[in-house]
Design a protein around this ligand. Structure first.
Ligand SMILES: Nc1ncnc2c1ncn2[C@@H]1O[C@H](COP(=O)(O)OP(=O)(O)OP(=O)(O)O)[C@@H](O)[C@H]1O
Ligand SMILES: O=C(O)c1ccc[n+]([C@@H]2O[C@H](COP(=O)([O-])O)[C@@H](O)[C@H]2O)c1
Length: 218
């Protein structure tokens, strides 16, 4: 299947990519949405994005730099522009795009972002991507159940979070919609709710550790 290059997407003033510009491509572009604080961006983010291309067959991965995670304290959160810049530098991949979509849309809650993106980009298929740590606490997110109904979800393993994630309220509530990992490449085409947990090679990087190391001068 031909790959869709980033420059074939028309990006209107909102910064949100719209329909493919080259009308020749009638299939729906599959985009992985990886929301994050990126405080700062690191190799763990790249690791997940690369696995997402491979395991989900995506055309692009968008790193949605969050203006402010509603569940994290604002104290210690670097300026949005610095985090966006950090994500742009770390992406180093033609199909990973660090984006300020939530800042432009004025959304903070993922449920609102997904509803807005689906309305603006009706020809795209979205998959929400997150690490196992976020599935473990997903039931604390605003309208978390709606998120599962709005978008396919792919969860990537992360050191020390596999068990907590798979025992979580969200995993239990949506157990019957879990797609076997061998069918992960079908996820983007499935009607939500549909989600997959990928037991992949884990990457130890964490922004908390990087900030701690910076504070300790190491
Ligand atoms: N090493 C990793 N393995 C798997 N998923 C990861 C990894 N690092 C980040 N993620 C995922 O990427 C998304 C964005 O993460 P975020 O920017 O918050 O980085 P973080 O390292 O988790 O930050 P912090 O330590 O400040 O909480 C989240 O869904 C998170 O679960
Ligand atoms: O919508 C929510 O209630 C919500 C609660 C916690 C996290 N999120 C989103 O989850 C993504 C990952 O956040 P983080 O800080 O773990 O990188 C990011 O896009 C946040 O906006 C969203």
């Amino acid at each position: 299947m031909a790959r869709v290059r980033p420059h074939s997407l028309r990006v209107p003033a909102s910064g949100v990519a719209a329909v493919p510009a080259n009308g020749a491509d009638r299939r729906r572009i599959a985009v992985g949405l990886m929301g994050g604080s990126f405080n700062p961006a690191h190799e763990g983010h790249r690791h997940v994005a690369e696995l997402a291309f491979r395991r989900l067959g995506l055309d692009e991965v968008w790193w949605l730099v969050s203006p402010q995670n509603p569940l994290k304290p604002a104290a210690g959160m670097a300026a949005f522009e610095d985090r966006l810049e950090s994500a742009r530098r770390a992406a180093r991949h033609p199909r990973i795009r660090a984006r300020d979509i939530e800042a432009r849309l004025g959304t903070r809650f993922t449920a609102d972002t997904l509803v807005a993106l689906r309305r603006r980009c009706p020809t795209m298929r979205f998959v929400w991507i997150m690490g196992a740590d976020n599935l473990a606490g997903f039931h604390r997110w605003d309208r978390w159940s709606l998120i599962f109904h709005a978008c396919a979800v792919a969860v990537f393993d992360r050191p020390s979070y596999s068990l907590g994630a798979l025992a979580s309220r969200a995993a239990h509530r949506f157990a019957r919609f879990r797609v076997p990992s061998r069918a992960s490449r079908t996820l983007a085409r499935r009607r939500p709710p549909a989600w997959v947990f990928l037991h992949t090679r884990r990457h130890p990087a964490s922004a908390t550790r990087i900030r701690e190391a910076a504070r300790n001068g190491s």
